[in-house]
Design a protein around this ligand. Structure first.
Ligand code: NAD
Length: 354
């Protein structure tokens, strides 16, 4: 058998995982040697922010609840002004990928430490990647200064994420793990995280509609989100992440729901060129075939299945295909424009992947 060849660099972050771990936030501020917290939360989940503020007590010297999707630079500038005014030395972010994005944007500008308490399954909290929008254009950079120092996963905090978002956010995480398995940087450590993530995410996504408040179900999803996020932070992604970046960045489609519609179609596209990875996905999900298994998971969980349903115009599919093939990137099956357009048409119509 061929001897594998790989490189692997571990990401330096600390994780606390459990039920009620948010109560340990003040201790984690002290562990970093910090004492002045700027708290970030999003407006919709202000009560979760209030809970963390109560744990922080006098350590909390400022608060900003204005984080927005895709980290617009004008929002970052408002938060920067508060950071400077309050002389905060650590940001504590409670929320999804958008709130984490704001914390990262502050850290990369000032070197301030970050403690993240995730409330969705996006996985951004364990990656060194920051996407920011300037004048409506999304730019991405990767820099270890972006990676948060500490992540506190509290299953209790994630319990409130409504079922439709829990499902789409869970499939967003699943996509990180699936693409990690056929990444050019794939290695045994990441493969192990990816398959564990897929098993726990699959179980959580199937069970969350019927048992949204069950801590075991939420723990499966959050554990899967952590490991899938670590996959995303550790190895390069392929066609799926490119497609979702184009659909979200250029056509304004919602992040997690777009991942949910597209994933089964990308699996079908790549399956002929990545048989071992797809077998691992199917085995981890406990289904006979990865593409039809992921499609059934999405449909059975009541999640959106078509780009049309997310507001994509049929007339824009051609331009989306152009953007997806404009620059080269690694993918197991070569990126072929007619085939990508076919994939987009099937995803737009909500057909079962061929
Ligand atoms: P989000 O953070 O935008 O949250 C979506 C909505 O859900 C918001 O209105 C938020 O207030 C609400 N919400 C969050 N948690 C909730 C809860 N527990 N209960 C009720 N409502 C809740 O969405 P997201 O999908 O987590 O993140 C998407 C963003 O993150 C995108 O901008 C994406 O590009 C970015 N992202 C970045 C990375 C990275 O590595 N850089 C990885 C994944 C996602």
């Amino acid at each position: 058998a061929a001897v594998p060849s790989f490189e692997f660099t571990a990401l330096p972050y600390r994780v606390l995982f459990g039920v009620g771990t948010a109560a340990r936030v003040a201790g984690e501020v002290g562990r970093l040697g910090r004492s002045r917290v700027l708290l970030l939360a999003s407006g919709e989940i202000a009560e979760l922010g209030d809970r963390v503020a109560a744990e922080l007590g006098p350590l909390c010297v400022g608060r900003f609840d204005g984080a927005a999707m895709h980290t617009p630079v004008d929002v970052t500038e408002k938060a920067m002004a508060i950071l400077e005014e309050t002389r905060a030395d650590v940001v504590v972010a409670v929320g999804g990928g958008s709130t984490t994005g704001l914390a990262k944007a502050l850290a990369v500008r000032t070197g301030v430490d970050q403690i993240i308490l995730p409330t969705t399954y996006a996985g951004s909290e364990v990656t060194p990647v920051l996407g920011e929008t300037v004048d409506g254009r999304k730019q991405t950079r990767s820099d270890l200064a972006v990676l948060p120092e500490t992540v506190i996963y509290d299953v209790e905090l994630s319990r409130r994420l409504p079922v439709p978002m829990a499902v789409t956010s869970g499939v967003n995480a699943l996509a990180h793990a699936v693409e990690a398995l056929y990444s050019p940087q794939a290695n045994p450590v990441v493969d192990g995280w990816a398959t564990d993530a897929i098993t726990h995410l699959g179980r959580g996504i199937r069970r969350v509609p019927g048992a949204p408040a069950d801590l075991g179900v939420r723990a499966d999803l959050l554990r899967g989100a952590w490991l899938a996020g670590t996959c995303l932070g550790s190895v390069g992604m392929g066609l799926h992440h490119k497609l979702c970046h184009v659909l979200g960045g250029s056509f304004g489609l919602p992040h997690a729901a777009t991942h949910t519609v597209v994933l089964a179609h990308v699996i079908a596209y790549n399956a002929p060129a990545a048989a071992a990875a797809m077998d691992a996905v199917a085995a981890a999900l406990g289904v006979p075939d990865a593409a039809t298994g992921v499609f059934a998971l999405v449909v059975d969980s009541g999640a959106p299945r078509s780009l049309r349903g997310l507001g994509m115009r049929e007339a824009d599919l051609d331009e989306a295909a152009d953007l997806v093939v404009a620059t080269p990137y690694p993918n197991p099956r070569p990126i072929d424009r007619p085939a990508v357009l076919g994939l987009l048409r099937a995803a737009w119509a909500g057909e079962e992947p061929a």
